[in-house]
Write a protein that binds this ligand. Structure first.
Ligand SMILES: [Zn+2]
Length: 245
């Protein structure tokens, strides 16, 4: 499968939608996961890309993938959980990637999280594994887009998704030229996110993918609530309005 099949890009004429970034494996959904997915499907959200965040939850993610044919999964060590990650997790990663993963993720660098040296070491190691397996990557970033770009370029990664893109037009185009798609989520529903909204309005449609980051990143009007993949439909509507499509 090509990257395009794996991560269908935004199209103003889309019928079926994909949530290209949701953490449906999180315990937030343990009580009503089936209902959450039914609600999403009723709104035309047919596919879900669920990235892993730490080794302790990888086995469960693989197990849930067996139950849900509409899921695609990835495995990775997310910088939020940097204190929980160790060398043995890196050693385990190749094994888990062979359990039907379509990408390495969620990985990245976060300037608001401590121990940047360890973050960089783990990020680099995971990029090398992604290159070896010829898998795309799902990237988390916070004030680190420009730090990550040369590292990803050097690792000769075959593209992927920059999750929750927020940045300038120039930054966006640099990632697109590297073969990346940009994840567009609830942030565009906030009028105050002017810079990101203006950037996304100008970018090529085929470089954008829709996402929610459920259970996080609630849309405008849903603050304080658990986010759900059904709201990809609202992100899609907001994007069409923003782009006059
Ligand atoms: Zn995430």
């Amino acid at each position: 499968m090509s990257l395009i099949d794996l991560f269908p890009s935004y199209s103003p004429a889309a019928v079926d939608l994909t949530d290209s970034h949701c953490h449906l494996d999180f315990s937030d959904f343990d009580d009503d996961r089936d209902i959450v997915m039914q609600r999403a499907m009723a709104r035309g959200v047919q596919r879900f890309l669920v990235p892993g965040v730490k080794s302790a939850t990888w086995p469960r993610l693989a197990q849930l993938r067996q139950q849900y044919a509409s899921w695609q999964i990835a495995f990775g060590l997310h910088p939020y959980f940097i204190e929980q990650h160790g060398e043995s997790d890196l050693e385990q990663l190749p094994h888990w990637l062979q359990q039907g993963a379509i990408a390495v993720g969620e990985i990245g660098l976060d300037a608001h999280v401590g121990d940047m040296a360890k973050q960089k070491r783990l990020f680099d190691a995971q990029l090398m594994i992604a290159a070896e397996f010829r898998l795309p990557v799902i990237l988390h970033h916070r004030k680190t887009l420009d730090t990550m770009l040369p590292l990803v370029r050097k690792a000769t990664i075959c593209g992927g998704i920059v999750h929750a893109f927020s940045g300038s037009y120039q930054q966006a185009m640099a990632w697109i030229e590297l073969g990346f798609r940009l994840g567009v989520g609830g942030v565009i529903t906030y009028p105050r996110a002017q810079k990101t909204r203006q950037t996304i309005a100008r970018l090529p449609a085929q470089s954008l993918v829709l996402e929610t980051d459920s259970p996080d990143m609630p849309l405008c009007g849903f603050q304080g609530q658990r986010n759900e993949p059904e709201r990809v439909r609202l992100v899609y509507d907001a994007l069409r309005t923003l782009r006059n499509e």
